[in-house]
Design a protein around this ligand. Sequence first.
Ligand code: NAD
Ligand code: LMR
Length: 337
Amino acid sequence: MVKAVVLGAAGGIGQPLSLLLKTNPLVTEPTQLSLYDIVNTPGVAADLSHISTPAKVTGYLPPDDGLKKALTGAEVVIIPAGVPRKPGMTRDDLFKINAGIVRDLAVGIATTAPKAFVLVISNPVNSTVPIVAEVFKKHGVFDPKRIFGVTTLDVVRASTFVSEILGDLSLASKITVPVVGGHSGVTIVPLLSQSSHPLPSGFAQEEVDKLTNRIQFGGDEVVKAKDGAGSATLSMAYAGAEFAYKVIRAAKGEKGIVAPTFVNLTADKEGGDALKKEIGRDLEYFSAPVELGPEGVVKINSLGKISEYESTLIKNAVPELATNIEKGVSFIEPSKL
Ligand SMILES: NC(=O)c1ccc[n+]([C@@H]2O[C@H](COP(=O)([O-])OP(=O)(O)OC[C@H]3O[C@@H](n4cnc5c(N)ncnc54)[C@H](O)[C@@H]3O)[C@@H](O)[C@H]2O)c1
Ligand SMILES: O=C(O)C[C@H](O)C(=O)O
């Protein structure tokens, strides 16, 4: 039995994500799904509760201790609460509003469900994950193995775009491309040289560059197409559900589940230290392929053999990552809790 909670469940991501959690035929879990938002969750929960699958769905709003009730007994908490981008904005522009939202929700988790796995979707992920971690530290419940920044959408995009180039969309769900670094612009580093399905022979460097750029700025492609009506929601719901299932399956004892995710590098000290050497900087957080287990992070894998081009991408990612991480860490001071 798993209790999963979606915070921000009435939003563009929250609703389809909750639908996927309620309906996935491969996973009989979660058996309890709690939906929390500042608006509309009773309606979303009533709607989902008519679907003929086992998970019991309940909606909560802020009055009457709704957050606490939603989180009581939670094992997996997924956070897509917060504002999305409009054209012309960077993810960092969302910090002003989303940092406070994520901080307050993190306080709720730290006090009510400190052992839950926390999956952070709200942008800017490079800063919101450190915010959650700092809140947990202040409450004395920080476990780096249990806090994840969800970067799965970058991985999903990379697989899809590579399958398009290979001219076979049916390969999309089979192709794996590790995407490392962080979740914004140049901090998104696809390791195309490690694609499970190599790019066509003779694929020019110029084309690798174009493909890399498309993966790094895939979010902007959607923001532009939605033209003021928000950012990726449906593909994010898909990606968020995929990652959540991996965390749940690993928690249930399934072995060998590996996924890139943005984690605190102390989650696996040995692996984290080796990774810091590879990237040439003592960063506190990085998205890397992580092996998952019953307690969360088991092992942070090294980047392995990467091309010179990819090594340059990582060099370009590191300064922005360091700034984003510091911004999140310094947002949390004892006086703010
Ligand atoms: N990690 C990723 O890959 C990724 C991908 C897409 C979007 N995002 C981010 O996810 C976030 C949500 O995007 P969206 O399109 O669903 O936005 P949205 O505006 O459609 O939905 C956000 C929801 O959060 C709710 N909310 C606001 N404050 C809250 C609070 N204090 N407690 C609970 N709920 C609260 C809102 O009421 C709304 O229902 C944005 O920050 C966006 O940038 C991340
Ligand atoms: O681009 C955004 O702002 C949303 C999300 O981070 C994405 O990658 O689609």
